[in-house]
Design a protein around this ligand. Structure first.
Ligand code: IMP
Ligand code: MG
Length: 175
């Protein structure tokens, strides 16, 4: 990242406001049903931790790790499950929590994969929705922040596994 500059894009306060809003929306939409909240590792780990605390409902958490093949900044839709869910989701209300939907390939594949397990409902919650970059149809039921182009890091998001620990989100700009 030596040749690049980091520019603050979304402050931790702004992110926190969006996460609170998402928590309220999810709470409102799921009265009385126990939710299965699925964290897609690694990028979602901080978002997930904040989101579940913003939801006022009975829920259980589970974790999945997927790797999508492709270049550093572009995925392909060939998804390898590196760690699967431990909970059986058949007949349950499931929300997939993702960090970013970019081309949509990763989540499209993952969504179809989980749908085959016959959940009662299957929804998508993403922190960042890069709508204009979509190559396949994926609609987030809950979206924190919609943005156009740009590669971002921080608040769980990485560049080459680094910068996940930053509290704010920065856009990477060529120097
Ligand atoms: P998609 O398959 O193109 O939708 O890729 C989605 C995945 O790519 C996300 O879950 C992220 O892990 C990663 N990704 C996409 N854009 C960014 C970014 O701007 N910063 C960090 N990771 C990103
Ligand atoms: Mg990811």
């Amino acid at each position: 990242m030596n040749q690049n500059q980091l520019k603050l894009l979304y402050s931790k306060d702004y992110i926190a406001e969006q996460v609170q809003r998402l928590g309220k929306e999810i709470t409102r939409d799921h009265p009385g049903s126990e939710l299965v909240m699925v964290c897609i590792l690694k990028g979602s780990f901080l978002f997930f931790a904040d989101l579940v605390r913003a939801i006022d409902a009975t829920l259980v958490v589970d974790f999945m790790r997927v790797a999508s093949y492709g270049s550093e900044t572009q995925t392909s839709g060939i998804v390898e499950v590196r760690k699967d869910l431990e909970i059986a989701i058949a007949g349950r209300d499931v929300i997939i929590v993702e960090d970013i939907i970019d081309s949509g390939h990763t989540l499209r594949t993952l969504y179809n994969m989980l749908l085959l397990r016959n959940p009662r409902s299957l929804k998508i919650c993403t922190l960042i929705d890069k709508r204009s970059r979509r190559e396949v149809v994926v609609e987030a039921d809950y979206a924190g922040i919609t943005m156009d182009d740009g590669f971002i890091i921080g608040y769980g998001l990485d560049f080459d596994e680094r910068y996940r620990n930053l509290a704010d989100i920065f856009v990477v700009e060529p120097a």
